[in-house]
Design a protein around this ligand. Sequence first.
Ligand SMILES: *Cc1c(COP(=O)(O)O)cnc(C)c1O
Length: 424
Amino acid sequence: MITLQDCQQQDLQDPLGSLRDLFDIPEALVYLDGNSLGALPRSTATRIARTVQHEWGQGLIRSWNQAGWFDLPHKVGDKIAQLIGAASGEVVAADSTSINLYKVLSAALNMAGQDHPTRRIVLSERSNFPTDLYIAESLCKERGMRLQLVEPEDLLGALNSDIAVLMLTHVNYRTGAMHDMQAFNVQAKSHGALTIWDLAHSAGAVPLELKTAQADFAVGCGYKYLNGGPGAPAFVWVNPLHTDRFWQPLSGWWGHATPFEFTPDYRPAAGITRYQCGTQAMLSLVGLDCGVDTLLAAQALGGMNALRKKSLALSDLFIALVEQNCQGHGLRCVTPLEHSSRGSQVCLARDEGAYAIVQALIARQVIGDFRAGDGGTHPDILRFGLTPLYVGFVDVWNAVDQLRQVLQSGEWQEPQFNQIQIVT
Ligand SMILES: *Cc1c(COP(=O)(O)O)cnc(C)c1O
């Protein structure tokens, strides 16, 4: 039997507990949606205000040099590199996840086309995040190739000498299930296929070793676990073995070797710089810089390994409390129980009412979200992101306790909780 006192005790013993003070989160709120939009770091508002008033207002165009604007995508990229097992100079923070995926998939298909011209298939998972599939579908169409989608358990078996690229999201956005990246990379390599990883639900959430795991390409999101703010720039990493082999197709001037020579012909910069396209959004990049700094602040306290340990303890607690206190209400945990297969979220499936239950929870100051099923294999889901930087053990207790009350009272059936809004 787990009690509130047990959770209070866990908070007292939590070596990462003080990191919550780096964030500006409303006092009464339990925020379990950092996997969709990370919380606001305390430093962000001041830093962006300074950038606007001082660097832009006073410095004006001089700030591209004097305030270091031009290099900021690399500076933030170098910080992100520390979180994902990459080296300095290998990551650039720029554009969006969707756009970066377009760049790396194009580059990978160019490489595959040169090395293995008969390969015509991009392999991915049917329940991958839709934007990833849409981008791949359009590139395949353009090149007369085929996007093959299979269930996760069939991925390894589907790898063969027809596959040009294996494109996966490391942690599934719906279920929180995590792939064994290294195992997939090794298998893909043995079949001569390249790998692309989307780290949207991994970067800043679980320890990553891109280079050790022998990945070929990776992209990731700035506004989820990296706390960069709504629409923050994303990032892109290319294994240094491949960076100089092809240009990415969005060959804008920020990817040019000498952009300020303004030559009419394109000559790509060496390394990851060529994965930039045009002028980057400085205000958003400054926000991302502040967000990434909150993760670097954890380095002194054990870094990603310590965050991972806490994240698993939080999700274990969440799952155990649902089992203990919410029995008989039709909830099924669809997040893997095995630690090695779990990201940093807990997902509960329910045959009906999932959307309304989430809305009723939000009215009670517990913010999670809802992801619609497909009426078939994939059920409707209540999704709870557990961000170890700012979520505590008593937060988990309170969230599950409110969930219990919503289910017991049946209040979720009230009409105001059943009106579907645009963003779920
Ligand atoms: C959140 C997310 C994205 C978001 O892409 P945008 O270009 O920022 O809209 C992409 N892929 C995955 C797997 C995600 O979870």
